[in-house]
Design a protein around this ligand. Structure first.
Ligand code: HEM
Length: 185
């Protein structure tokens, strides 16, 4: 994955747990800076997975919890690191944005030529609920989607509850999330 992802992981962990813990995580992962921090270079996915696995050991937190926290952080992080205009192209309400995730990915791919993006689509859309489908060549990132969707709720001042309704880790063809949403009044 692009270094931007690893850099966001770094910033999240340093902000929440401090520089000393971050150094311990890097040592556990047997990674050294600066290779981790070049944002616009694509790295093997293993770098990201090793970082999160090392953080999980060091902080005694499940990797899924870290990926979820990372997902929630990813929206404000991209907005603050030069991709705010791109995010604005995704839609002006929570539900429009969810329905246009693949359209957004096409714009993101224009900035990241080596991007291998996941695919999203929505079914069963009502004015309060939606089923979000997520398909990726990568494993273990469904919690990140949960976090991103929560982050989008914050971005669009919308209350969101999200539950995993089908899981690839448990044999389903792809991950599905049942989402309930209401605009803050
Ligand atoms: C402007 C905003 C965004 C930017 C710049 C961006 C960029 C990226 C980049 C660079 C990666 C690493 C993938 C690779 O290197 O092949 C990635 C992965 C990912 N992105 Fe985005 N992204 C954005 C918004 C979103 C949104 C709104 C979602 C919504 C759910 C999303 C979901 C994901 C997921 C789940 C992954 C993990 C990879 C996978 O599942 O295979 N991203 N994104």
């Amino acid at each position: 994955m692009y270094g931007l992802v690893n850099r966001a992981v770094e910033q999240l962990l340093r902000t929440k747990f401090g520089d000393a813990r971050w150094a311990a995580i890097l040592a556990r992962a047997k990674l050294t800076l600066p290779p981790v921090v070049v944002g616009m270079q694509a790295y093997p996915d293993a770098v990201t997975y090793r970082l999160v696995a090392a953080a999980s050991d060091e902080l005694e937190m499940p990797a899924a919890e870290l990926f979820e926290a990372f997902g929630e952080y990813w929206m404000p992080y991209t907005a603050q690191h030069g991709y705010g205009d791109l995010l604005a192209l995704g839609g002006s309400t929570f539900i429009d944005f969810l329905q246009n995730l693949d359209g957004l990915n096409a714009h993101v791919a224009a900035s990241f030529p080596e991007l291998r993006p996941p695919t999203f689509w929505c079914t069963d859309v009502t004015d309060r609920t939606v089923r979000l489908h997520y398909s990726s060549e990568r494993e273990g990132l469904a919690p990140m989607v949960v976090g991103i969707v929560r982050g989008l709720g914050t971005m669009f001042a919308t209350d969101v509850t999200i539950e995993q309704a089908a899981s690839r880790a448990e044999g389903a063809n792809h991950d599905e999330f049942q989402i309930t949403y209401t605009l803050h009044t």
